[in-house]
Design a protein around this ligand. Sequence first.
Ligand code: NDP
Length: 503
Amino acid sequence: MSLAQPLDADPAPPAPTFESTDPATGAVVDVFPVHDVAAVGAAVERARTAAARWAALGFDGRRRRLAAYRGHLARRMHELADLVHRENGKPRADALLEITLAVDHLAWAGAHARKVLGPRRVSPGLLAANHAASVEYQPVGVVGVIGPWNYPVFTPMGSIAYALAAGNAVVFKPSEHTPAVGSWLAAAWRAAVPDVADVVQVVTGFGETGAALCRAGVGKLAFTGSAPTGRRVMAACAETLTPVLMELGGKDAMIVDDDADVAAAADAAVWGAMSNAGQTCIGIERVYATERVYDAFVAQVEAQVRDLRPGSDDAAAYGPMTMPTQADVVRRHVADAVAAGGRVLTGGTVDGRYVTPTVLLDVPETSAAVCEETFGPTITITRVRDAEEALERTNANAHGLAGAVFSRSRARAMDLARRMRTGMTSVNSVLTFASVPALPFGGVGESGFGRIHGADGLKEFTRAKAITRQRLPLPVDLMSFRRPAAAADTLARVMGLVHGRHR
Ligand code: NDP
């Protein structure tokens, strides 16, 4: 049975289709419709109708249904991991890891939505002391989610789980490289939550389908992908003043300080750079190691990558590049680094879609391998005077997604982490923040804006609603044409006494 979900019951001519293929074998995984403007509009309308019912269920009704969905996913993790393996190419174990993370985020979002978003009283202040004041966070209606292929479950779920828990319906456009996984997630929702099945819709196709979603009048568009596409998405959304969330690429750095546990830092750097074939937005792409630890660090990294091997079998460390064009980017970055005087310590070769674990040394900061997102199993290691120079170089990049600091000094590491110009930093580990559902996830600069995950991620898919309720009328109403002529002067005198003493 095809995973593709037919969108229209119309007897209109059948939509054009496209194939999703296994990057390791080229075998066809499934065939999907290319949804056009009309089909996307119809999906958004269905979601809009469902959104009203979903919002009316309230926090408890939604929490129960989100629990049913996560239970459904948790019971079928291996089935989904197998599909992710076939369509994206990553090892099944890595697919399982990303699915467990997504399930955990679903649990957190459902459990915390009421506390974060529900009505909360605030102080009315001096001027409105006779009023009760409250704030609550209301759903925006339908959230459009456009996702990439590298973490086809975890990444879109970072938007979908939090958007749903906040009371919205979702129309999800998966990457053209992972439509089967996206359709599986939507079909799972329909099976687990049949009474509001239309709350999650999926549309498939290429960039035009995503662009149609941007113009379909959704309440918010959550985009995860590259900065160039992000700019196009923002431009399309600007036409209808649709607000956007931008989760874009990164060029994450690791700082290895004088007092770091060098073996642990090397282990984390290798995993952070090579796992998922380096196709990780928060993957480590650059390392700055201080003079004192540089040689030991390089030796540890060299020893650790020696045993790594790409492949599509279960013993492989990572899989093929999901897109053939990504292998070309790696090739270009390695060639550029070598031409600029860099040295290939290990790897540097590309065989079809498989890239060997690549460690580059002495690469100038101006070279593409250091400046641009590579998105492959590569890493540059650069010797720096001290951690301050490392931080300076880390912060010189236009991206600002995440990063890591290795140091045994808690105070020093926390200081460096705070001053790193990124949305997220992990100390003495890599990528850990992504597995903490209570923490916000997102970047600065070219890495985008807005946050998924945590309380900020729930609020991201809402609009704040402010309400005041008069509790008792005052003898003098300042906002009335019937107020006494001297009322404003009296108020100004009181405010002058309260605030005027501050210098
Ligand atoms: P792209 O920017 O190429 O595509 C992202 C999504 O946008 C895809 O679904 C794509 O569809 C769609 N799209 C393409 N053109 C348009 C358009 N004109 N209008 C609307 N949608 C469009 O990114 P990749 O899929 O290659 O993903 C890799 C990038 O994502 C990397 O830069 C990575 O760092 C970043 N990323 C960021 C994350 C974060 O959380 N910050 C997490 C994961 C990845 P189609 O595939 O059909 O062309």
